[in-house]
Write a protein that binds this ligand. Sequence first.
Ligand SMILES: C[S@@+](CC[C@H](N)C(=O)[O-])C[C@H]1O[C@@H](n2cnc3c(N)ncnc32)[C@H](O)[C@@H]1O
Length: 300
Amino acid sequence: MTIEQWTIERILNWTQGHFEKVRPDSPRLDAELLLAYVLDCPRLDLYLRADQPLNEKERGAYRELVQQRAAGCPIAYLTGEKDFWSLTLEVSKATLIPRPDTETLVETSVEKILKWQQTHPEATCNIAELGTGTAAIPLALCAELQNLNIISVDCSAETLTVAARNLERYQNLLAPRNNSLKLVESDLFSAIEPAANLDFIISNPPYIPTETISTLQVDVCQYEPSIALDGGPDGLFFYKYLLKTGPSLLNKSGEMILEIGFDQQVELTELQDDFPEWTSSTFLPDLQGNIRVCCLQLEC
Ligand SMILES: C[S@@+](CC[C@H](N)C(=O)[O-])C[C@H]1O[C@@H](n2cnc3c(N)ncnc32)[C@H](O)[C@@H]1O
């Protein structure tokens, strides 16, 4: 009698079947990401080495991760990495996991900054970001653009430690492209000079209403830091702050580009009535067609 070995192919098929029952969102992908992490190889290699048996140590490490994923822990927290835009970013349980939705905010920001640069040739574009997390947004901007001077703030020192390591990893996007990216620990924009004369404020702030957080899927509500999600009782705390404070930090034709929840367009439009300095607003959808970005402008 031959004992069937736990080859890469067999263990992937078993794990896929297990995840289909307990975490059905992306069972095959999750199984592959975890195994590639344990074997420290690209995912494609799992197919090239499909018949290779796993040793006991590899099986033990994989089993541990599969159990944690089955309990709901997001893959990115298990592997410590997440792809965003053209980057692979370090994440930790102190940081929000960057979302594909946020790429709409990056895309919109790149377009607006490029337009600004056409009318300000050679000038440095001054940008402040509220709530940088892993520094996903400013690093993605630096990957696409040059001559940026960005200050990114976050109130979490732990988050900023991870962000700093991501900056280290992507030094090639900074000085060689004439970009400067400074990380600052700050509650809201308290560390930003008044009259900073910014050209843009960019933010993906926490925007989930407090009471809604516990209704989100387990991966989010039990694992992601609530400080990165909680937008106050109505989810609008940070938008109210930014609409109020933005005009004093921006120059007179400055712009603000914000990620918003898919159902917050009406609330944001109403909020704008309380802050007449903002003369225009536009809303843009993400790839699923959900409104995801709000652009506000002072004088046109
Ligand atoms: C929704 S997450 C966005 C993270 C990252 N920009 C992204 O898009 O992946 C919001 C971030 O705001 C930070 N934050 C929450 N409250 C803050 C405050 N009062 N001042 C500064 N940052 C804050 C959180 O620590 C978190 O990193």
